[in-house]
Write a protein that binds this ligand. Structure first.
Ligand code: FAD
Length: 167
């Protein structure tokens, strides 16, 4: 079947149309990953305050607090990146390389949060009773779709060096 060039996206006649759609979807992932990370952090915080071992909530142990601190740092970093990219989008200055920075960084960061959160939940971390393992599995697939982590790294590498390495 042959479709006229503007059948799907009117007034667009090249790959620019589909590529701009992908850029929009990837921008959405920047926010989605920040949200998944936040959900994992909040589940871990709630659990750490409720779960007691040796007559104390596990949130009172320094090593658990370190994990929570690392999680909340990343939640805030990812959210600020998403807000910043959103402002650039509104200003019309957002480029695909910026979206690559946001997608790669926020997905990697959310996975790191999910891994920490899963540990705070102990064995419960691998059950579907809590949201963490679901987000973790989902994030593993987000690493691959909408541009693999490798390809986003190459886009960033190309932007900083001026040398394209993926071909
Ligand atoms: C859950 C899920 C949903 C998806 N949904 C969609 C969808 O809705 N629409 C759609 O079109 N696709 C979708 N995909 C497909 C996804 O976009 C592809 O899986 C992805 O682009 C990688 O392609 P591939 O699997 O063929 O791997 P390959 O291209 O074979 O890549 C394999 C590995 O080699 C690396 N690699 C490839 N080329 C290079 C290079 N030049 N330099 C360095 N490393 C390289 C990749 O990063 C990857 O790690 C989905 C995938 C998943 C997992």
């Amino acid at each position: 079947m042959r479709l006229p060039a503007d059948a799907v996206l009117p007034e667009v006649s090249s790959l620019k149309g589909p590529l701009s759609c992908l850029n929009e979807a990837r921008y959405g992932i920047v926010w989605g990953a920040a949200g998944a990370g936040r959900a994992c952090y909040e589940a871990a915080l709630e659990y750490a305050l409720e779960r007691t071992q040796f007559d104390r909530p596990i949130a009172s142990f320094q090593i658990q607090q370190q994990k929570l601190a690392e999680m909340v740092l990343e939640v805030n970093r990812a959210t600020l990146v998403a807000i910043h990219l959103g402002r650039m989008k509104d200003a019309g200055t957002l480029r695909p390389e910026h979206v690559s920075l946001g997608k790669l960084g926020n997905v990697n960061g959310a996975l790191e949060i999910a891994r920490n959160a899963r540990q705070v939940l102990g064995a419960n971390g691998v059950t579907l009773e809590y949201p963490v393992i679901r987000h973790m599995n989902n994030l593993e697939s987000v690493v691959t779709y909408e541009g693999t982590a490798d390809v986003h790294a190459l886009v960033i590498g190309g932007a900083v060096t001026g040398i394209q390495a993926f071909r």
